[in-house]
Design a protein around this ligand. Structure first.
Ligand SMILES: Cc1cc2nc3c(=O)[nH]c(=O)nc-3n(C[C@H](O)[C@H](O)[C@H](O)COP(=O)(O)O)c2cc1C
Length: 148
């Protein structure tokens, strides 16, 4: 099973989390959504997506162009299977974690199939980001592997 870890970040936390996952999981690579054309997605891969929230519940800078391309191009993503992990800060009570939610909504609208738990990291809490994302990634991939 080839794993592609897509990340959307503004200040680097989601990139660091994605890179740690890529180093830990077998046969995995991390890709910045900023650099990704929808047509370049290999829909046979298993996708893990790590995405933060900025502004007031907006997508981070590196994810926004990809979502704009999805809206413009409307690719058929019905073969895509993905799990998602959102970064946020619960101090933003009204918009906590909405970046990941917005990205998932765009993928789902194009037919993509989400699996596993919606992972989360709260920058206002005491949980370590890397430990939290690795635990989520390993259990998500294990569940996907046993279901395959
Ligand atoms: C200017 C600014 C705006 C933010 N807005 C939100 C927000 O609306 N909702 C939220 O849950 N987190 C928000 N956050 C928290 C970030 O999502 C969190 O710090 C995350 O770890 C950043 O990840 P990144 O470095 O990958 O972008 C904001 C952070 C900053 C600095």
């Amino acid at each position: 099973m080839s794993i592609t870890i897509l990340y959307g970040t503004e200040s680097g936390n989601a990139e660091m989390a994605a890179d740690e996952c890529a180093e830990t999981l077998p046969d995995a690579v991390a890709v910045d959504l900023m650099d990704l054309e929808p047509a370049d997605l290999d829909l046979g891969d298993t996708f893990l997506i790590v995405c933060s929230t900025y502004g007031d519940g907006e997508l981070p800078a590196s994810a926004q162009p990809f979502v704009d391309r999805l809206v413009d191009q409307k690719p058929d993503l019905s073969e895509m299977r993905y799990a998602i992990f959102g970064l946020g800060d619960s101090g933003y009570a009204e918009s906590y974690g909405l970046g990941g939610t917005r990205l998932a909504e765009q993928l789902d609208a194009l037919g993509a199939q989400r699996f596993g738990d919606f992972g989360r990291h709260d920058a206002a809490g005491s949980d370590d980001l890397v430990e939290t994302v690795l635990a989520w990634a390993e259990s998500t991939v294990a569940a996907a592997t046993s279901a395959a």
